[in-house]
Design a protein around this ligand. Structure first.
Ligand SMILES: Cc1cc2nc3c(=O)[nH]c(=O)nc-3n(C[C@H](O)[C@H](O)[C@H](O)COP(=O)(O)OP(=O)(O)OC[C@H]3O[C@@H](n4cnc5c(N)ncnc54)[C@H](O)[C@@H]3O)c2cc1C
Ligand code: FES
Length: 258
């Protein structure tokens, strides 16, 4: 049953600048990389990745506009509506893998780190614009023996983009797969780096979503519905997408340049 369920917020956790996690009980199975359609009463319904997959689920919200601002302002005891989880999540790789999260994308990949069989088969690369936007570092360290951090402005860890840091990591270590979520520009360059090092990848994409369940077509990229065929796609599938990093559809379905 994926229908709408009204849940009560149990806990609100500030994670970093403009980033907040909301925790609530929901007795549904969710896999890393899947997402919910989250209804904020009187405001809007928006897609949010599952940042905690246990019985007490979580979403981690970055304030960018009206709905995310309303979500970030909620308190314990407030109600939201949840549909889902929807979509194709990350397939847990066989062998050793590197999990890469950029900005709020870290929230979508962290459950995959925690699902690894042991701390030695998963390494983690977390990147953000500055130190105040690095989230879930401690959570990553609890699940992996090698957590690398980068900031664009050098305020924490490697000074540069997470993609430049991953390029360095892949020169020294080999992995069977890379799993990633982050801004599309980051994913574009990361895919190039993965191809250069001959590593297969899975990446989570974002497109404008209305129904979230494969019916309306608003999230289509090159004929694929991101909500139902994705949001996680293999690097080899993304390589065939002409709109990847080039164009996306707006709320009215118009194709706009990225
Ligand atoms: C599969 C998926 C998972 C996501 N996971 C997260 C997450 O874990 N945390 C997080 O903070 N954000 C996540 N997002 C992005 C989030 O849905 C948007 O930031 C949010 O919808 C913005 O709404 P707004 O009213 O605050 O801002 P608006 O001012 O309405 O929009 C700001 C920008 O957000 C995007 N956006 C707006 N509405 C939608 C929509 N219905 N579907 C997709 N994009 C939209 C557009 O690019 C728009 O330009 C995810 C998006 C997708 C598609
Ligand atoms: S959001 Fe409706 S088909 Fe994907």
């Amino acid at each position: 049953m994926n229908g709408n369920e009204v849940v009560t917020i149990k806990e609100v956790v500030p994670e970093g600048k403009g980033i907040t996690t909301l925790r609530f009980e929901l007795d549904r199975t969710a896999r890393p990389g899947q997402f919910f359609m989250v209804w904020v009463p009187g405001v809007d319904e928006v897609p949010m990745s599952v940042s905690y997959t246990g019985r007490v689920k979580g979403i981690t919200v970055r304030e960018v506009g009206t709905a995310t601002k309303a979500l970030s302002g909620l308190k314990g005891g407030d109600m939201i509506g949840i549909r889902g989880p929807y979509g194709r999540g990350f397939a847990m790789p066989k062998g050793k893998f590197l999990v890469v999260g950029g900005g709020t994308g870290i929230a979508a990949v962290l459950p995959a780190v925690e699902m690894a069989d042991d701390k030695d088969i998963v390494d983690v690369a977390l990147g953000a614009r500055n130190a105040s936007e690095i989230i879930f570092e401690e959570r990553a360290e609890n699940a992996s023996n090698h957590v690398h951090v980068s900031t664009d402005d050098g305020t924490r860890g490697f000074h540069g983009t997470v993609v430049a840091m991953v390029d360095d990591i892949l020169k020294k270590h080999s992995y069977d797969q890379v799993i990633a979520c982050g801004p599309e520009k980051m994913l574009y360059y990361l895919l190039e780096v993965c191809k250069k090092h001959g590593v297969e990848s899975q990446m989570s994409l974002e497109r404008f979503m209305k129904c979230g369940s494969g019916l309306c077509g608003s999230c289509v990229i090159d004929g694929k519905r991101v909500c139902a065929d994705g949001p996680v796609f293999y690097g080899r599938e993304i390589s065939d997408m002409l709109e990847f990093s080039k164009a996306k559809r707006d709320e009215a379905g118009r194709l706009i340049k990225l």
